[in-house]
Design a protein around this ligand. Structure first.
Ligand SMILES: C[S@@+](CC[C@H](N)C(=O)[O-])C[C@H]1O[C@@H](n2cnc3c(N)ncnc32)[C@H](O)[C@@H]1O
Length: 411
């Protein structure tokens, strides 16, 4: 029964069952059959293929809505910087969040744009997702603690009001975002002739196979202005280069320019009055405590820590540019020169993940977690990879661990 359903889902929304595991599809089908009061798979198949409404319900049940505010925070700094450099007089910057899931991403964009000094008339955000269930949550705009992760949460006090069941996005931010249902694979029906200055397509391509990733990139390119910026997810950073995009050279933003000219946005002044703290590299200095000793010894240790930090930043830049093979080579030589650390194993895993070398990536994420059991990014990426490999039990255990870390740290 699930094979034709898997095929239908792939044809409709591009979902590669292997990326979520066949159990997820089977569970979603069971959930929908129960909701419809149907026990016979054939009867459900007839309903599914005859009713666009039921197909939508199954899509709502099967998609992965995982998202949170300021996910991969540097993307938002890069976006605001790009917007500032490309703002045309009397024309708002047009931004598309596709997929927007439950709304955390487009609302983060609005907050970042306000923080960068843009007025309400100076930018517009369209937010699109295939899941009508996610869009309903986005429009309600009330969020619980799972949407606020990590230590950068200062925006919460400024842009949210306490509400029943969590915190509600304030009206000024709400007004900037226009939500609608749409399918990336039906982009001209969903978007008409619209062209955007910035396009966020993050953590969706990972659910497609290679052929559909290519089709998706073609659609995304057509939706982007010639000097536009594309932001993808960390494990998707190898793809834009295959379609002629150029890295924007912004560490950990996974940002790519449609035109061939590199604008080196990362080296310009950070967003004005930005509430976004300075970017990576995360200081290893806090983890490596220099031995107390003679002055000269301390100085040498400090110099070495600077070298390590610089080397990690270089690897991030290379990985971020989508040169994932080269990133792995440099990471391995970093490992030989400076020895093991959670950060280097995480970066190595990330580059392998982006290249599709899942078993190697799993190993390195695990090594990162061995050295730093609370490394949130490693936990999140490993959970996603395990889920893709069908290890749902393992993925759930990691997600639970992430949740407990958040509860303990109050974030
Ligand atoms: C993991 S979320 C990513 C959300 C957000 N971009 C982020 O990175 O946090 C993936 C979203 O993609 C949506 N989706 C899946 N297939 C889609 C398609 N073909 N077109 C549009 N949205 C799709 C799902 O409904 C889900 O909300």
């Amino acid at each position: 029964m699930s094979d034709p359903v898997e095929r239908l889902l792939k044809e409709t929304i591009g979902l590669d069952t292997a990326s979520v595991g066949p159990t997820v599809v089977r569970q979603s089908v069971r959930e929908r059959m129960t909701a419809c009061g149907i026990t016979d798979p054939e009867t459900y198949w007839r309903l599914l293929t005859g009713s666009p409404q039921e197909l939508q319900e199954l899509i709502n049940a099967v998609v992965v809505p995982e998202t949170w505010f300021f996910r991969d925070r540097e993307a938002f700094t890069a976006l605001a910087q790009h917007a500032r450099m490309h703002k045309r007089a009397n024309q708002p910057i047009k931004i598309l969040s596709l997929p927007c899931s439950t709304g955390e991403e487009p609302y983060s964009v609005a907050m970042a744009m306000f923080d960068a000094g843009f007025g309400a008339q100076e930018f517009k955000i369209d937010a699109v997702d295939i899941s009508t269930r996610n869009l309903a949550i986005a429009e309600r705009a009330v969020y619980g603690r799972n949407s606020f992760r990590g230590s950068y949460l200062e925006f919460k006090d400024r842009y949210f009001e306490p509400a029943q069941g969590g915190h509600q996005v304030n009206p000024a931010v709400l007004k900037q975002v226009r939500f609608r249902a749409g399918n990336l694979f039906d982009s001209r029906t969903s978007f008409g002739a619209e062209v955007y200055d910035v396009l966020l397509c993050r953590n969706l391509l990972i659910y497609f196979d290679r052929e559909l990733q290519d089709r998706a990139l073609v659609s995304l390119k057509a939706l982007l202005a010639s000097d536009g910026l594309l932001l993808v997810g960390p494990a998707e950073s190898a793809l834009p280069r295959l379609h002629g995009f150029t890295s924007a050279e912004w560490p950990m933003a996974f940002a790519f320019l449609k035109s061939g000219t590199v604008q080196v946005v990362a080296q310009t002044v950070p967003v004005s009055n930005s509430t976004l703290p300075p970017s990576v590299p995360k200081p290893l200095k806090s983890k490596i405590v220099p031995p107390v000793g003679r002055q000269g010894h301390l100085q040498t240790t400090a110099q070495m820590l600077d070298q390590i930090t610089e080397s990690l930043a270089t690897i991030e830049r290379i990985a971020n540019a989508g040169r994932v093979k080269e990133a792995q080579e440099v990471a391995l030589s970093h490992l030989r020169q400076f020895g093991p650390s959670a950060e280097i194993f995480y970066l190595l895993g990330l580059a392998q993940d982006a290249e599709g070398a899942a078993p190697e990536a799993v190993q390195n994420y695990r090594k990162a977690l061995y050295l730093a059991p609370n490394h949130r990014e490693a936990l999140a990426h490993l959970a996603l990879l395990l889920r893709k490999q069908g290890d749902h039990h393992g993925a759930e255990a990691l997600t639970g661990r992430l949740g407990r870390i958040q509860t303990r740290s109050g974030t």
